[in-house]
Design a protein around this ligand. Sequence first.
Ligand SMILES: Cc1cc2nc3c(=O)[nH]c(=O)nc-3n(C[C@H](O)[C@H](O)[C@H](O)COP(=O)(O)OP(=O)(O)OC[C@H]3O[C@@H](n4cnc5c(N)ncnc54)[C@H](O)[C@@H]3O)c2cc1C
Length: 424
Amino acid sequence: MNGHHFKYVLIGGGLASSSAAQAIREADHEGSILLAAQEIVRPYHRPPLSKEFLRRQKPREEIFTQESQWFEKNHVELRTGCRAARLDVARNAVTLADGQVISYEKLLLATGASAKPLEIPGSDLPNLYYLRSLEDSTRLQTAADKARHEGRPHAEGRGRIAIIGAGFLGTELAASFVQMGLSVDLLCGSEAPWGNIVGDAAGKFLVRYLEARGVRVRPNVRPLRFEGDGRVQRVVLPDGQNLECDFAIAAVGAVAHRELLRGTPIAAEKAILTDEFCRTNVANVYAAGDCAAIFDPLFGKHRMIPHWDNANVTGALAGRNMAGANEPYKAANNFFSDIFDLTINGWGEARFVDRRLIRGAANGAAPSAGFAEIGIASDGRVAQTVSFGMSNQEKELADLVERRANVAGLEEQLKDPSAPIADK
Ligand SMILES: Cc1cc2nc3c(=O)[nH]c(=O)nc-3n(C[C@H](O)[C@H](O)[C@H](O)COP(=O)(O)OP(=O)(O)OC[C@H]3O[C@@H](n4cnc5c(N)ncnc54)[C@H](O)[C@@H]3O)c2cc1C
């Protein structure tokens, strides 16, 4: 081995790469590892960026995936501020942005994703923000401070903002900014937040829950344009209404980083395709996390699963397989979200859901005992479960998806939160 050759090269500085490094080191104590990370900080967890970190309830030091000494102690060469620029899979080589060529035996692509840009007139104004990185979250803290001090007045203080997009991120941001004292309009492209993730009853519950806590949810609205004097001062809606604001945030999805594939035979659609072992179609090249679409045997399909748990699980799985294991992906994927004091946990895939039933009651605006949504595919098997604060039954809800349980004939029992969750 020399300075330009590593047994394992991990490209990307997020959770998937970090989990892979840890898994490799647990399986192979000797093999050299390079982790090339474009950002200038070591890998960190992104969920706090829209929640406790943004609200200044969690300090910066607590969001990193590993202590700063971990990399050195475990002989993982961490290069931050280091972008991989080109791949030559025929030569097992990566060219870094500074021109250095690194060769590998096994390569992991864990390049993650970027916020999807909103392309309407005025999107280029400087106070339309996106959130993906630690730097973005810090920028939002500063914008919120300024709006709170000098911004537009509202009933309880100052600072009005508009959030475009009511998926996980937009909804969490709306909750956080209300908790930070701002007035928030949440523009929702569908009838209710999380429109393509949950059904009608849960969507309506989310509207009530958010509105009861001060978020103004605006259903079925896509903004026409942003206007203002050199900065966003208002959002113009299709019905002619103007939403005055101090700044706006677009949370309209993410785009997987695939730039490195250019000129390579690595197969990709919207993300890099892997089999259930996290292997791409090119020998010795693996992919994991948000940049990948893994073949999920549970659903018999390639799936993009842009969530924390998936980056952790597939990163570690890729790492173990790169180090010689031969383990397939067999998890029921999880997502979680925290909105005000409600924790939501989901498993499985909404796209396969044909109809939904509610366990418990999704009425009101504060589920004391929680409720769950159980999504059933057209073949009668559970495709997705989502717990809204039903923390004492989450294991069973996850299990329904993991077993792809056939629940024909059990529906009344499933709706009753005091009855056991079980299939035939
Ligand atoms: C604000 C926010 C909140 C979230 N909250 C939740 C949540 O509550 N629950 C949940 O389940 N999920 C949540 N997620 C999703 C979760 O954080 C992601 O799924 C996870 O971060 C993906 O990890 P990753 O390592 O695949 O990619 P990333 O975290 O995107 O990391 C990839 C890294 O690789 C770097 N990179 C890209 N190209 C190169 C290159 N050529 N060379 C070197 N480095 C490169 C990128 O700059 C980036 O730092 C949230 C995401 C965000 C942004």
